[in-house]
Each structure stands twice: as structure tokens, then as C-alpha cells.
Design a protein around this ligand. Structure first.
Ligand SMILES: Cc1cc2nc3c(=O)[nH]c(=O)nc-3n(C[C@H](O)[C@H](O)[C@H](O)COP(=O)(O)O)c2cc1C
Length: 392
């Protein structure tokens, strides 16, 4: 942990507000309506700093909006909540493994205004960053936004910034809750990805069909949520999937299907053999299995194994354009950002989300100029210094 982050956290924890909030940690209580009405996200013209400050008021004690979101804040171990499983080491590993990758500055070239756009399964988006599926406005985020407000903020803000939002499918959510989220998407005409849970195949297939009617571009299934069966509500279950089940899902999917939570080259190979459109290299923000390696540390070997045979997305502490450039240079085609989009939605609704998305896009453009990439497809391994143990 850097000195400045340590200092910030210490002084923050000394404050009475933090103490009171910390006492409430772990509670799944939803804020009372009057309290909810007192603090509203900002709307209209605002700075990113204002969005973060408002997000802190909205989300504490679920999220403290620390100066650096590295898994070492007061959210350690808070799942449900905003932290990571166990001692949050998987969350921290995402941050640390990405921080250990460095960018090679390259300044002798003719790149001027780089093109940050990409084609994402037939949809042109403004940058290789899409919102990660994030669910649980009450138990994970503090309950100050309704499901509808949250989906509208995430998908509306991403749409404003020319990229895709995301709609999640909470394990405990009955079908009507999921349908309501899709209705919001459809009503507002936003394009998004949908993250499905590894439910029984028949239930996944039912949800796939609903998503296909709601302007959805691609589907993910977070296979790594399979360990949460114990928390599933009665009548709902999640399970690890066999190779045969993966094949059945691919066959039934009306949309490009990506398996999320892939952390090893051999499982990437199984996804390819099952016919998946892609994979998401992800440890779920360190929120499922504790003590996993960071996504950046496993990505290069997975990308080498995949060797262009399916689409690779990755997530884990994407906060800045330079993070995006690093992940792409190591072999991903697109990234997902989770917690930062959630905070932006709580701090400034759709405008906050668009502000974060545009910030990251302009940072990516600067990084592309200073590493010599005119187009996203030109970002390559020469632009990064990768720790030796990430490679074969
Ligand atoms: C509050 C919260 C809720 C999440 N819910 C889901 C979910 O429903 N489905 C899913 O595939 N991933 C879910 N994730 C994981 C994210 O999609 C993503 O993999 C993870 O947060 C890593 O990205 P980050 O480091 O940018 O947050 C959730 C993450 C958070 C923090």
C-alpha cells in the first residue's frame, strides 16, 4: 500500500462518520425512505470529484470511495457489499498484478488523434470498455438507488458515452425482477450486455430468450458464481457446468455467449471447444473464491493459448485508460469495469457514468498516443513490460 493511500485511510478511519458507518458494516438493512430522499445523486454539470464525493455519501458503509480502489479499504471481506472474499486478497491481486505491468513510452511515430472505437460483436462502441454486470443494489450497494434507477444510470450513461451498459441477474432474484430490468432497458432503447448466473440450464435458456428481445448485444455467464448455491433462495440454484452443459448453452444461445470467470488456459480451451463466442478472464473482483491470482497475471498465458480463436474480455480494477491499454496489450480485446461504474452511477446517475466513461476514454487516447497506437487493434505486447512470471 502506498504511503498516501495509508495516510488517507488512517485519517478517514479516525473520522466519526467512518466509525458510525463501520458499525453498520455487514448489515443488509435498506435505508429508510426519508434518509434516501435526503441524499440524491448529482445531476447535470459536475466534476468527477463531485461525483465521487456524492457516491461516498450514497454508498457508505458499503463503499468508502477510497482514493485508490485496491481492495485494501474498509470493505475488506465485505461480500455481500463492495469488497472481496476472505481477506480480499483476490481483489488486491487484481490491482497489484495490473500495477506491476508497465507501459513502454514510444514517441517516435505519427499517431495524432487515435481511434479508440472497436467493433463489439457487430456493434460499434466508442472504446474497449463496457460496464461489468453488477447486481444487488440493496445488499451490495446500500439500497439508495432502486433497480430501475441503477439500470437506467449504468445503461444510460454508457449509451451517452457510446459504449454498452450491463444488466445483471442476481442469484436470489426471481424471474420478474430480471424481466423488470430488461423492460427498463427496452423502454429506454439502451444497448447492453446481460450477465446471467449459472442456474440450471433450462432457467438460463429462458433468460437468454428474454434478453434477446431486449436489445442485448451479448451474454455472459459468470461460471464462478457456482459456489454461491448455499446462498440461493429456495427454488433457485446455481451449479458448476460440465463441458456438455456448456455446449448445450452455446447451442441454445440466441446471442454471442461469453463464459465469465475463466482463469486458466485449459478452461479457456474447454470454452473454445464448447463453441463459446468468447471468455471473460476474471476472478469476479475477488468476490467468489478467495486468494485467486489477479486477472493480469493469468491473462498473457490464456491469450497465448486462445491465439485468436475466441474473443477475450478481461476485468479487474479497471480505473483508468492506462489500465485498459495494459490489458489489451496483454491479449484482451475489450475490458469490463465494475466498481467504478457502480460508484459513478451512485454519485451522478447517467451523467456520472458518462463522465467516468469519457474520462477513461480520453485517458486511453493519451496512452495510445504515447505508446504509438493509431487504432485499438494496434495495441500490442511491445507496448508493455510484463513481469516474467506472467508468461509461459
Ligand atoms: C457489487 C458487485 C456486484 C456484482 N455482481 C455481478 C453479477 O451479478 N454478475 C457477474 O457476472 N459479476 C458480478 N460482479 C463482478 C463484476 O462483473 C466484475 O467481474 C468485478 O467486479 C471485477 O471488476 P472491478 O474490479 O472493475 O469491480 C459484481 C461485482 C460487484 C462489485
Amino acid at each position: 500500500m502506498t504511503e498516501s493511500v495509508l495516510m488517507d485511510r488512517r485519517s478517514f478511519l479516525r473520522s466519526g462518520a467512518a466509525m458510525g458507518a463501520a458499525a453498520a458494516l455487514g448489515s443488509t438493512e435498506v435505508f429508510a425512505a426519508e434518509e434516501k430522499a435526503k441524499i440524491r445523486p448529482l445531476e447535470g454539470k459536475m466534476t468527477y470529484e463531485e461525483v465521487r464525493n456524492r457516491a461516498r455519501e450514497m454508498m457508505m458503509p458499503r463503499c468508502y470511495v477510497c482514493p485508490e480502489c485496491n481492495g485494501r479499504g474498509p470493505c475488506v471481506g465485505q461480500v455481500p457489499g463492495f469488497g472481496g472474499m476472505g481477506a480480499s486478497r483476490g481483489f488486491q491481486a487484481n490491482y497489484d498484478s495490473l500495477a506491476a505491468v508497465q507501459l513502454n513510452s514510444r514517441v517516435v511515430h505519427g499517431v495524432h488523434v487515435p481511434d479508440t472505437s472497436i467493433d463489439f460483436f457487430g456493434t460499434k462502441i466508442s472504446m474497449p470498455v463496457v460496464a461489468a454486470p453488477t447486481g444487488g443494489t440493496t445488499y451490495n450497494m446500500g439500497g439508495k438507488l432502486t433497480e430501475e434507477e441503477f439500470v437506467t444510470a449504468i445503461c444510460g450513461g454508457c449509451s451517452k458515452a457510446g459504449t454498452l451498459g450491463a444488466v445483471a441477474d442476481g442469484i436470489g432474484d426471481p424471474l420478474p425482477v430480471f424481466e423488470k430490468r430488461l423492460e427498463t432497458l427496452k423502454k429506454l432503447g439502451f444497448k447492453a450486455i446481460v450477465g446471467l448466473k449459472p442456474r440450471l440450464n433450462k432457467d438460463i435458456i429462458e433468460r437468454m430468450k428474454l434478453a434477446a428481445q431486449a436489445g442485448v448485444v451479448a451474454l455472459t455467464i459468470d461460471l464462478d458464481s457456482a459456489g454461491r448455491a448455499a446462498r440461493a433462495t429456495k427454488g433457485q440454484t446455481v451449479e458448476p457446468k460440465t463441458f456438455e452443459q456448456l455446449k448445450e448453452l452455446v447451442k441454445a444461445s440466441p446471442l454471442p455467449l461469453l463464459f465469465k470467470g475463466i482463469m486458466t488456459p485449459d478452461e479457456a480451451e474447454l470454452c473454445i471447444q464448447a463453441g463459446a463466442a468468447g471468455i471473460v478472464v476474471s476472478n469476479h473482483g475477488g468476490r467468489t473464491l478467495a486468494d485467486t491470482p489477479g486477472a493480469a497475471a493469468v491473462l498473457p498465458r490464456i491469450a497465448d493459448k486462445v491465439n485468436g480463436r475466441c474473443y477475450i474480455m478481461v476485468d479487474g480494477t479497471v480505473a483508468r485508460g492506462t489500465d485498459v491499454e495494459k490489458y489489451l496489450a496483454m491479449g484482451a480485446q475489450c475490458t469490463l469495469a465494475g466498481r467504478h461504474f457502480v460508484r459513478a452511477a451512485h454519485g451522478g446517475l447517467a451523467d456520472g457514468v458518462a463522465l467516468f466513461a469519457n474520462k477513461i476514454r480520453s485517458e486511453l487516447a493519451v496512452a495510445m498516443v504515447l505508446t504509438g497506437a493509431q487504432r485499438v487493434s494496434e495495441i500490442n505486447r511491445k507496448m508493455v513490460v510484463i513481469p516474467k512470471d506472467y508468461l509461459a
